[in-house]
Design a protein around this ligand. Structure first.
Ligand code: FES
Ligand code: FES
Length: 154
């Protein structure tokens, strides 16, 4: 066991964890931040996506020790009142079906728009490519990312 301090959604948490514990386990099991989902557990689906220093990362593949001294943001911390342009666009376009993948989708989309505020359709598809949706809401995801980009440019 080792003690780590994690900065998550602008709050510091001190935790005793085993070496090699994935960040996803800590988020869900220790801290109850269950908006970040466990899908495949092997870096293939994107359901567990969070931001680490503003970059979209797979929390199932990030050991807590790698996340120390970094700013971690989960879907719960994306905005204070669910009013991030990506969240608003998601609601407007009515993207989710079962919803399971959607936290990860929004974290990938918001990281993309931070880096590239005006992405082409091709760039949206490329960036969202690693986030799997078993309900196949891909067309609406693409539309919502474009809508969020428009909102952010106003
Ligand atoms: S649960 Fe992390 S990528 Fe699937
Ligand atoms: S909305 Fe069901 S998995 Fe994406």
């Amino acid at each position: 066991m080792m003690e780590v301090t994690l900065n998550i959604n602008k709050k510091n948490y001190k935790l005793d964890v085993d070496d090699g514990t994935p960040l996803l386990w800590v988020l869900r099991d220790e801290l109850g931040l269950v908006g970040t989902k466990f899908g495949c557990g092997i870096g293939q689906c994107g359901a567990c996506t969070v931001h680490i220093d503003g970059v979209a990362q797979r929390s199932c593949q990030t050991m807590v020790i790698m996340a120390e001294d970094k700013e971690i943001t989960t879907i719960e911390g994306l905005s204070e009142n669910g009013d991030h342009p990506v969240q608003e666009a998601w609601e407007e376009i009515d993207v989710p079906q079962c919803g399971y993948c959607q936290g990860g989708q929004m974290m990938t989309a918001s990281a993309l728009l931070k880096k590239n505020p005006n992405p082409s359709s091709e760039e949206i598809r490329m960036a969202m490519n690693g986030n799997i949706c078993r309900c196949a809401s891909y067309n609406r995801i693409e539309k919502a990312v474009a809508t969020a980009a428009q909102k952010m440019s106003k």
